[in-house]
Structures are given as structure tokens and as C-alpha cells.
Write a protein that binds this ligand. Structure first.
Ligand code: ARG
Length: 398
């Protein structure tokens, strides 16, 4: 019998998929559960896969490669989709695609499978990711093929002795990892509805946060966060620590009307506590050490980088090229940023760097000023030349 590796979350759809792939395609299923910082009980998921008839159930702790090879490069790029979404789910998918491919090779499987529907971005990211890394490997997406409603999936599960998870009582479709949490569906589908309390599982609501702010100092080395309040931590631990602080202060709630690649506008609720703090801090440090021109250009790169990531083109040549530019741009992004966390807000209140371009003697209005003000009229004379020329022959007022 041929084998397929199924990306397995332990949820209803992927549990049904184990049976369905066997029935429909006569495949033996190896499940692969990738841990990129989702909170679920991994051993329980593994057991469940075996109970459902998987011949093997693998769990891979991929938190480190997730942070170091996907999240940090995106942070260095300041990648945020449509100015709002820090791309947690979108960054996880190419890594899952990569691990599906590696596992298929190791296990001698002829196909890989995932639980995405045909309406979202995730199918694109996984399909294109697999295609980039193993062009000949077959990808099966049961939920995209079977076209069952939620009700029908439940009926199928009941008739095949698949336990219906209690999480089904959660009215949302959820995806979680270290960089953020995505929620969609249910009452959120009406963009006029304020997200109910239960749409947020990580962050405190600003009404419930402490009345005292927390100040934290974040250290960066070449655009990579490396320390918290002067203490060094590896990436995963550092993100977990910032996560806890930011959750406590209700930071990182995002309500986004988002443009999906497949043409649908959808309403998404995100929690991205660590991402929100780190992205702001990183940009604040860049503001100090990059020139005006570098900053202007980099913001264009950031939006392109975010689009490529969102649209499933992580493994494309252009993303690689942009990543090379981004890396080069980070060579002086080293220093410390002081952040105030308070009532849902993350405020930058200080920044310093050995490579700072901020020159006190140029900026000051006090003594010690070295700026030659007598040079300004000449500069302005030439700067304003085209405007004066234009105003002589065309109207300057509208
Ligand atoms: N809209 C977001 C994205 O495309 C989040 C998707 C969440 N996925 C999920 N299966 N709930 O990246």
C-alpha cells in the first residue's frame, strides 16, 4: 500500500482525513504534527492519530527553526501584511511544507496531505511550498475535495467512530504559533460585530490589565532580538518571555478586514503580543541607525516581502533576493530599545545604539550646536528653484 504523510493538528478535519484518505485513496497514513509553539497536548494528539488508524504518528519540535529561519527574517524585514497582520500563520506554512517533504522522503511516501479548505491562503502556501521543494510529490487536500459542510463532517466522524473534539464548541477557526494566533468564522464573519471576549484567548482585555506600566529593554544584534532587560536569551525563550509580558498588558489585538489571495475579503482577529512589541521596537532601532533613504526604500521592501509571504511565495527567488537585501540592511541594527507596556499599548520611550546616526551636536538648540545655519539660505535657494520657476509661469495656488 502507498503511504501518505498528513499534516495533523488533532482537530476534526484532519482526524476525518485519516479515515477518508484510506477509504478514498487506499493510502496508509503517517501523521506529522509540527510544534511551532501551539499550546496543545502533543502526546494526546499523537495517540489520537494512532487511534484513528495512522500507521505512525510523528511529532516534530520545530520551534527553533520556525523562529530563526522564518520569524526573525520576517522581523528584520518588518513584514506586516496590509499594515496590520504580522503573518504568524503565513510564516508557519512554508516550514510545515518543508517538514512534510522531508518526512515523505524519509518514510518513502508517495504523497503528502493537509486539512486546508479550498477557500483560504493556507492551501496555497502548502501546495506551492511542497511544489517548490519536491515538484513530483503529490499533494492531497481532503477537505478541499470532499466538499462536506461542518454538519456533514460531524456525521461522517460519528459514523466512523471519530471522537468529536470539545474544541468544536469553539465557534472559531483557530491557528496558533509563537508569533501569533489567528481566529476567524462564527460571529466574526459580520464585520460590524465587536469580537466577543472568547475571540481572544491570549491577551488580557485592556480593561483588566494592570494599572501600572511595565518598562522593558529589548536588545538587538544585527536586527535580531537577543536580550530582555539586559539578560541574553535564545530566540524561542525570548519570544515566550515577551509574549507573557505583552499578554498581561493586553497588547497585540488586531481586527483586520483582510484581502485573501483567492479574492475573498475576510474578517480576521489576531493576537500577536510578542510580534507587536518586537516589530515596533525593531523599527524604532532602525529609525536611529538607518539613513532616511534606507528607511524609505526598506519600507517598500517590507510590503513586498509581506505580500510574498502572505501569498505563499516564501520559496521564490524574489523572496530570497529581498531577504539578502534585508540582511545587508541589518548590519548596524544593533542596540537597545526601551518600551513601555500599558493598557493595550506598546510605546517606544527610548533607543540607543553604538551605530546611532543621531548627532546631538547637530540636533540641539542648546549650546554645543555645530550646525552652520548660515549655509541654510543657499541650500534653500537651490532647493526652491524649481518651485519658483514653475510659479513664474503656472499658478502656485489651487
Ligand atoms: N488569514 C490568515 C492567513 O491567511 C490566518 C489563517 C488562519 N488559518 C486557519 N486555518 N485558521 O494567514
Amino acid at each position: 500500500m502507498d503511504k501518505a504523510v498528513l499534516a495533523y493538528s488533532g482537530g476534526l478535519d484532519t482526524s476525518v482525513a485519516i479515515k477518508w484518505l484510506k477509504e478514498k485513496y487506499n493510502l496508509e497514513i503517517i501523521t506529522l504534527t509540527v510544534d511551532i509553539g501551539n499550546v496543545a497536548d502533543l502526546e494526546a494528539i499523537r495517540q489520537k492519530a494512532l487511534n484513528m488508524g495512522a500507521i505512525k504518528a510523528l511529532v516534530i519540535d520545530a520551534r527553533e527553526p520556525f523562529i530563526n529561519s522564518f520569524v526573525f527574517p520576517a522581523l528584520q524585514a518588518d513584514a506586516v501584511y496590509e499594515g496590520q497582520y504580522p503573518l504568524a500563520t503565513a510564516l508557519g506554512r512554508p516550514l510545515i511544507a518543508q517538514l512534510l517533504v522531508d518526512t515523505a522522503k524519509k518514510e518513502g511516501a508517495t504523497a503528502v496531505a493537509h486539512g486546508c479548505t479550498g477557500k483560504g491562503n493556507d492551501q496555497v502556501r502548502l501546495d506551492v511550498g511542497v511544489a517548490a521543494l519536491a515538484p513530483k510529490l503529490k499533494v492531497i487536500a481532503p477537505a478541499r475535495e470532499w466538499n462536506m459542510t461542518r454538519e456533514q463532517t460531524i456525521t461522517y466522524a460519528q459514523s466512523h467512530n471519530i471522537p468529536i473534539p470539545i474544541t468544536l464548541s469553539s465557534p472559531y477557526s483557530i491557528d496558533e504559533n509563537l508569533w501569533g494566533r489567528s481566529a476567524e468564522c462564527g460571529v466574526l464573519e459580520d464585520p460590524w460585530n465587536e469580537p466577543p471576549k472568547d475571540a481572544f484567548m491570549w491577551t488580557k482585555s485592556p480593561e483588566e490589565t494592570p494599572n501600572q506600566p511595565d518598562y522593558v529593554e529589548l536588545g538587538f544584534d544585527k536586527g535580531i532580538p537577543v536580550s530582555l532587560n539586559g539578560k541574553k536569551f535564545a530566540g524561542v525563550t525570548l519570544i515566550q518571555k515577551i509574549h507573557e509580558l505583552a499578554c498581561e498588558h493586553g497588547i497585540g489585538r488586531i481586527d483586520h478586514i483582510e484581502n485573501r489571495l483567492v479574492g475573498i475579503k475576510s474578517r480576521e482577529i489576531y493576537e500577536a503580543p510578542a510580534a507587536t512589541v518586537l516589530l515596533q521596537a525593531h523599527q524604532a532601532l532602525e529609525g536611529l541607525v538607518l539613513t532616511k533613504e534606507q528607511l524609505r526604500f526598506k519600507s517598500k521592501v517590507a510590503s513586498e516581502y509581506a505580500d510574498l509571504t502572505y501569498n505563499g511565495l516564501w520559496f521564490s527567488g524574489l523572496r530570497q533576493d529581498l531577504a539578502a537585501y534585508v540582511e545587508s540592511s541589518q548590519r548596524y541594527v544593533t542596540g537597545v530599545v526601551k518600551v513601555k507596556l500599558y493598557k493595550g499599548n506598546c510605546q517606544i520611550v527610548g533607543r540607543k545604539s553604538p551605530y546611532s546616526l543621531y548627532d546631538f551636536s547637530l540636533a540641539t538648540y542648546d549650546k554645543g550646536d555645530t550646525f552652520d545655519q548660515s549655509a541654510s539660505p543657499g541650500f534653500i535657494h537651490i532647493w526652491g528653484l524649481p518651485v519658483r520657476t514653475q510659479a513664474r509661469v503656472q499658478s502656485a495656488r489651487k
